[in-house]
Design a protein around this ligand. Structure first.
Ligand code: NAG
Ligand code: NAG
Ligand code: NAG
Ligand code: NAG
Length: 338
């Protein structure tokens, strides 16, 4: 990915600037095409930051992450100068990790984007109280389901949606962002029951209520931009994304399915417009017949991939200037965060 001329370099910075938050812990698969982030507005339609075939998970050269059933797994992402929105976490067998419907059917948790994190300057002069920059690490914990058979390769999906303050426009919302991390479940107490999706609200703006601050939509799929992709124009930063998604004031509420008047999120038709109606296989549907591969045996060894990690993405959190603060007319302010 290297870059003969200034124009290309500028466009690379721009691309890294257009991308925004991403899963950081456990480590994501790694997105080469969009410089680390998987933004629906840039053309990355999920369900993961990279497809199953790009995962290094089956390579014997890459150390695996092991988790136990019932374990409280810490999931982290960086705020990267943007307030608001929700994070959705879902977990499916690795084999099903290219399938939106499978994730929509196996949601574990919703929480606020700004969980355990917030802006650097709480009373930002330009964007208002708690709307300003700051790239603190955010995090939540999710319980590894107890209905997963031993030695199952699984994929945890992270989605950020409903985020706000798109390029200094306080009333413009971001599109959706996706990331996935592959791991093996082994050990821990077993239980046949499939976990129910839960919502844990309470963010930096509403620390003691079961809601989140968000912009645009509280529903996954509304800001996926369907099959549309941008037509990037060299040197035109904003042309690299279809964002913003929606315009309107900052909102306060629970995710779709937990707010009044909507139905629970566990059924695939309710959660995410990009889903088929076909039900996906559940782990507990057939405990005797784990259709899930036993991982350790997977020996397909592609030549050791050289670039499986996220490529040189500028450091997430060392920015002095911020992309949300930089105005669209000043794309050079944008080259540090993303
Ligand atoms: C997947 O891998 C191919 C081949 O290395 C690469 O061209 C493509 O950009 C990767 N996809 C993503 C989303 O990073
Ligand atoms: C944050 O920005 C939104 C959109 O302009 C505004 O409605 C809201 O009042 C701001 N929040 C605070 C706490 O000032
Ligand atoms: C960036 O984040 C990492 C991991 O959260 C942390 O160790 C490091 O100190 C941070 N750097 C800065 C400059 O904030
Ligand atoms: C309804 C919808 O947008 N479906 C899309 C979901 O994502 C896949 C993969 O990008 C597309 O092929 C579908 O058209």
């Amino acid at each position: 990915m290297h870059l003969p001329g200034t124009l290309v370099a500028v466009s690379a910075l721009a691309a890294s600037c257009v991308g925004h938050s991403m899963l950081s812990t456990p480590a994501p698969r790694g997105n080469i095409e969009w410089w680390g982030t998987c933004a629906a507005g840039a053309g990355c339609k999920g369900p993961c930051d990279a497809p199953k075939s790009n995962s290094t998970f089956t390579s014997i050269y890459v150390p695996k992450t092991y988790v136990k059933r019932g374990q409280e797994l810490e999931v982290g992402w960086n705020r990267l100068n943007h307030p608001g929105g929700f994070v959705r976490l879902a977990l499916v067998p690795f084999d099903q990790s290219d399938d939106w419907a499978a994730f929509n059917d196996n949601i574990l948790k919703y929480t606020c984007y700004e969980t355990n994190c917030g802006p650097k300057d709480t009373s930002d002069k330009q964007f208002g109280l708690l709307n300003g920059s700051g790239d603190a690490p955010c995090s939540t914990k999710v319980t590894v389901p107890k209905n997963i058979p031993d030695n199952t390769a699984v994929t945890l999906q992270w989605i950020w949606y409903g985020g706000g303050v798109y390029y200094a426009q306080p009333e413009a919302s971001f599109g959706e962002y996706y990331g996935c991390s592959d791991m093996i479940v082994s050990g821990g107490p077993s239980l046949d029951e499939k976990p129910k999706a839960e919502f844990q609200g309470g963010d930096v703006s509403y620390p003691n209520s079961n809601v989140c601050k968000y912009w645009g939509s509280n529903k996954v799929g509304d800001c996926n931009f369907g099959d549309r992709k941008p037509n990037p124009i060299e040197g035109d930063l904003l042309s690299q994304s279809l964002e913003p998604c929606m315009r309107g004031p900052q909102l306060k509420g629970a995710p779709y399915g937990f707010d009044s008047g909507s139905t629970p999120p566990d059924s695939s038709s309710d959660s995410g417009s990009n889903s088929s109606d076909a039900a996906s296989d559940d782990y507990q549907a057939s405990p005797e017949v784990p259709e899930v591969p036993e991982v350790p045996e997977v020996p397909e060894v592609p030549e050791a991939p050289e670039v499986p990690e996220v490529p040189e993405v500028p450091s997430d959190n060392d920015s002095e200037t911020t992309d949300s603060v930089g105005t669209p007319e000043e794309p050079s302010k944008c080259n540090k965060g993303f």
